[in-house]
Design a protein around this ligand. Structure first.
Ligand SMILES: O=C(CO)[C@@H](O)[C@H](O)[C@H](O)[C@H](O)COP(=O)(O)O
Ligand SMILES: [Zn+2]
Length: 185
């Protein structure tokens, strides 16, 4: 098999196994819809490719996904380079998302933490802070969920140990969550 064929095959295998997560995806969708209906917002965070996913998904909420509807309140904690560099420089990289949760998070909001390993310290500390302040916490992670599994209200743990395959499932799940949110408006 060529690399191309192999990777497409790997993707199909992981997609097939990810179908097991349908109940958790439904629960995550319900948490997001409830928060929005009650006037709360959705915060997203992650590193690297997952930072891109965080921004991508926040954009679907604030702009639109597929349906013409009102703007929905969401933000990615990965985008303001002044905030990120100030917090990292003054308090340490591990606190870049936690500090923003402290600044922006309110009880009833939702934090979606995205980490394929489930072990990125900055995502985990944001999740702990979110729980402390009464936010609901959804994790998008990989095989087993890593340390994230213990913190989340709902843990969307893609059954793969490969970062790329896990990220591919995360963006599919993220798009489904957007569609569920739009269907509930
Ligand atoms: O996109 C990729 C690899 O596909 C990378 O940028 C990847 O996101 C980075 O290595 C991250 O730092 C990985 O962190 P995490 O998913 O384990 O939290
Ligand atoms: Zn990637």
């Amino acid at each position: 098999m060529s690399i191309i064929e192999e990777r497409m095959h790997d993707h199909e295998v992981v997609l097939s196994a990810t179908k097991r997560l349908q109940p958790e995806i439904e629960r995550a969708g319900a948490i997001i819809s409830k928060a929005i209906a009650e006037g709360h917002k959705i915060l997203f965070c992650g590193n690297g490719g997952s930072a891109a996913d965080a921004q991508h998904l926040a954009a679907e909420f604030v702009g639109r996904f597929q349906k013409e509807r009102k703007a929905l309140p969401a933000t990615a904690l990965t985008v303001d380079t002044s905030i990120l560099t100030a917090i990292a420089n003054d308090y340490g990289y591990e606190t870049i998302f936690k500090r923003q949760v402290e600044a922006l998070g309110q009880a009833g909001d939702v934090l979606v933490g995205i980490s394929t390993s489930g072990n990125s310290a900055n995502v985990l500390s944001a999740m702990y802070a979110a729980r402390e302040y009464g936010l609901m916490v959804i994790g998008m992670t990989g095989m087993g969920g890593g340390k994230m599994a213990e913190i989340c209200n709902v843990c969307l743990a893609v059954p793969s140990e490969v970062t790329a395959r896990t990220q591919e499932m995360h963006i599919m799940i993220g798009h489904i969550l957007c569609e569920l949110a739009e269907a509930d408006i």
